[in-house]
Design a protein around this ligand. Structure first.
Ligand code: NG6
Ligand code: CA
Length: 523
C-alpha cells in the first residue's frame, strides 16, 4: 500500500522523536529494558601527562588511548583532592572531604571513614536495582575502632556497610601493611592457626617480618617505609602472621583483573541480570611500584613506566571482557585517577633518574599533595560505545560529580542532604549538545593543611595559609589569614604568573566564593 505523504510525514516525525528519546539515558533504559552498567576505573597517582592520549611519548597506553579515541576525553577532568583517601571519600559520598575531619590519608589501622547511613553513590545505585562491587585499593578504613578492626574476625563496617554488595580489596595502600586481600567481611585465605596482627608499634626488637631481601627491588626505605619488610619491600606500619593470606605485589593487577572479570561475568549471567556498578580501584601507579614480571622494563621510565603499562593492560582486559560478553554497548566506562603524579614517594625506584623529558603532570604545575592544577587535573575519559560520540571536551568535570550524575542516569532521586557538593554533569559526560560541566570547583590536598585551589571558568585562585595552626586546629588553619595568588588558566595553564594585582575584582569575588565553601566545615 502506498503511503500517503501526510502519513509519511507523520512517520518521519515519529522517527525523529524516537531518535531524540533514544539519545537520552532514560531511553537507553526503555530500549534495553535495563539501566546501563557503570564501570569506574580509578588509577592511583596517575598524572595528566602519564598517558599517550594526553601527550606522553615515552610510554604508550594503547588501551586507554582507545577509550579516549572512541569516547570523550576531558582536558578539564579532575579528582577533588591531591591525595587518595579524600578523593575516594568524595567520589563515594559526593561531599568535599575537607568538610569531614579524619578524611586525610588513612593509616593501616584506620576505622571506616564513611559514616554508615550516609548517602553514597553505590548505595544510591543499589536502590536503583544495581549490583555493586569494589575491587582494588580501598584506603577508606575498616571497622570502627581507632585501634583497628578485628583482622581475624568480621571486618565491618567497610565497603559492604556503605553500599557495596561485594568487595575484593587491599585495605589501604600497598606501602602500608598488611599485604592481604579482604573478600567481603574477611581476610582472604587467612589460616586461623596463624592469626594476623597489625599495629603501629614494633612487636619485637628483631621485627623484620620474613626474609630480608633488601636488594631485590633496590628499594630504599629511608623515608620511614621500613617498619615491616614483606616480599623484599619495606612498608609503613607493623604486622605479623597471616602468612598464607599475603600476596606478592607483582600479582595485584592480575588478581583484580581476574576478580573484576569474574564478577562482571557472574553477574551478567545471573538469572535476574541486574545492571551492575563496578568500582575498579587499581593500585597502579602508586608506590611500591612492583609490576608483574611481564611488564618489567616495558618502557624506558623504570618501574613507574612498568606500572603505567600494567594499568593500561588492566583497562584493556576489562574492556575486552565487556566486548566478549556483548555488553560494551550497555556499559558506561569512566577512566580517572585519584590524584596527580609523584616521582619519589618514599622509594628509590629510578622514577627520578629515568624521567628524561616525560612530563607526568603534562603542562600543569605541581602534582600529588599540591593544590596547583597538576594535583587534581588528571586523565578523565568517558566511554560508552554507541551512546557517547568520539570527541574531546574542556568542560569541568570531577570525580565528586559522578554521584549526582549517575543518580540522573539511574533515574534516582537523591536523598535529603545527600551528595551536597556533587554537580550533575551527566550531559557533559555523555557529550550532549550544549551540555555544560561545573562552573566552579574546589581543590584540596589531604584536607587540613589550609591549602586550597578554586577554579571558576578560566580563573584559578590558589590559597596557602600564612601560618599553619597546630595539627588539632584544622578548622582554624582553614580560616587563617591566607596568602593568595590568581592565575588565568586560558593563557597560563602552568600557573606561572600571579595576576591577582591585575584583576583584584576577580580575586576578591573568588575569595568570597571559596570562603563561603570553607565556612561550612561539616554538614
Ligand atoms: C604518604 C607516604 C606515601 C603515600 C602517601 C599516600 C611517606 C613518606 N609517604 O604519607 O608513600 O603512601 O602517604 O598516598 O610515608 S595516597 O595516594 O594513598 O594518598
Ligand atoms: Ca593516590
Amino acid at each position: 500500500m502506498a503511503v500517503m505523504p501526510s502519513v509519511r510525514l507523520f512517520l518521519a516525525a515519529i522517527a525523529i522523536a524516537v531518535t531524540a528519546i533514544a539519545a537520552s539515558p532514560a531511553a537507553a533504559l526503555a530500549e534495553n529494558h535495563r539501566l546501563p552498567n557503570v564501570v569506574v576505573i580509578m588509577a592511583d597517582d596517575l598524572g595528566f601527562g602519564d598517558v599517550s592520549c594526553n601527550g606522553a611519548t615515552r610510554v604508550k597506553t594503547p588501551h586507554i588511548d582507545r577509550l579516549a579515541r572512541e569516547g570523550r576525553r576531558f582536558t578539564s577532568g579532575y579528582c577533588s583532592a591531591s591525595t587518595c583517601t579524600p578523593t575516594r571519600y568524595s567520589f563515594l559520598t559526593g561531599e568535599y572531604a575537607f568538610r569531614r575531619p579524619g578524611t586525610g590519608v588513612a593509616p593501616p589501622n584506620s576505622p571506616c571513614v564513611i559514616p554508615v547511613g550516609m548517602p553514597t553513590l553505590p548505595g544510591m545505585l543499589k536502590q536503583a536495582g544495581y549490583a555493586t562491587a569494589v575491587v582494588g585499593k580501598w584506603h577508606l578504613g575498616l571497622g570502627k575502632n581507632e585501634t583497628g578492626p578485628d583482622w581475624n574476625g568480621t571486618l565491618a563496617p567497610g565497603p559492604l556497610e556503605v553500599g557495596f554488595d561485594h568487595c575484593f580489596i587491599l585495605p589501604t595502600t600497598n606501602d602500608r601493611v598488611p599485604q592481604v586481600f579482604v573478600a567481603d567481611h574477611r581476610v582472604n585465605n587467612l589460616d586461623p592457626a596463624d592469626p594476623l596482627w597489625v599495629g603501629d608499634k614494633k612487636p619485637s626488637p628483631d621485627h623484620v617480618n620474613g626474609v630480608d631481601h633488601r636488594d631485590r627491588l633496590k628499594m630504599d626505605w629511608s623515608h620511614g617505609h621500613n617498619n615491616t619488610i614483606h616480599n623484599g619491600i619495606g612498608r609503613i606500619g607493623f604486622y605479623t602472621g597471616g602468612t598464607a593470606a599475603r600476596f606478592r605485589d607483582e600479582d595485584l593487577a592480575d588478581a583484580w583483573v581476574a576478580e573484576s572479570v569474574r564478577w562482571i561475568k557472574a553477574h551478567d549471567k545471573a538469572p535476574d541480570a541486574r545492571p551492575f556498578f563496578l568500582f575498579l580501584a587499581s593500585h597502579d601507579i602508586h608506590v611500591p611500584r612492583a609490576a608483574h614480571e611481564r611488564f618489567q622494563a616495558a618502557t624506558p621510565l623504570g618501574p613507574r613506566g612498568d606500572c603505567i603499562a600494567q594499568l593500561d593492560w588492566t583497562v584493556g582486559e576489562v574492556t575486552a571482557a565487556l566486548e566478549r560478553l556483548g555488553i560494551a554497548k550497555d556499559t558506561l566506562v569512566i577512566f580517572c585517577s585519584d590524584n596527580g603524579p609523584v616521582l619519589d614517594d618514599g622509594y628509590k625506584d629510578d622514577a627520578v633518574e629515568k624521567l628524561g623529558d616525560h612530563a607526568p603532570a603534562g603542562p600543569f604545575r605541581g602534582g600529588k599533595y599540591s593544590v596547583y592544577e597538576g594535583g587534581t587535573r588528571t586523565p578523565f575519559i568517558a566511554w560508552w560505545p554507541g551512546r557517547i560520540a568520539p570527541g574531546e571536551s574542556d568542560e569541568i568535570v570531577c570525580t565528586i560529580d559522578l554521584a549526582a550524575s549517575l543518580a540522573t542516569l539511574a533515574g534516582q532521586a537523591i536523598s535529603a542532604g545527600g551528595f551536597p557538593d556533587s554537580v550533575d554533569v551527566l550531559g557533559a559526560l555523555l557529550g550532549d549538545a550544549g551540555a555544560r560541566g561545573r562552573t566552579a570547583l574546589l581543590q584540596q590536598d589531604h584536607g587540613s593543611s589550609g591549602r586550597f585551589g578554586f577554579r571558576e571558568g578560566k580563573w584559578k585562585l590558589v590559597r596557602l595559609p600564612r601560618k599553619m595552626a597546630g595539627k588539632a586546629g584544622a578548622s582554624s588553619a582553614l580560616l587563617d589569614a591566607a596568602q593568595e595568588s590568581l592565575y588565568d588558566l586560558a593563557g597560563d595553564p602552568g600557573e606561572t604568573t600571579d595576576v591577582a594585582d591585575k584583576f583584584p575584582d576577580v580575586a576578591a569575588r573568588m575569595r568570597q566564593s571559596l570562603e563561603k565553601e570553607l565556612a561550612t566545615l561539616e554538614h
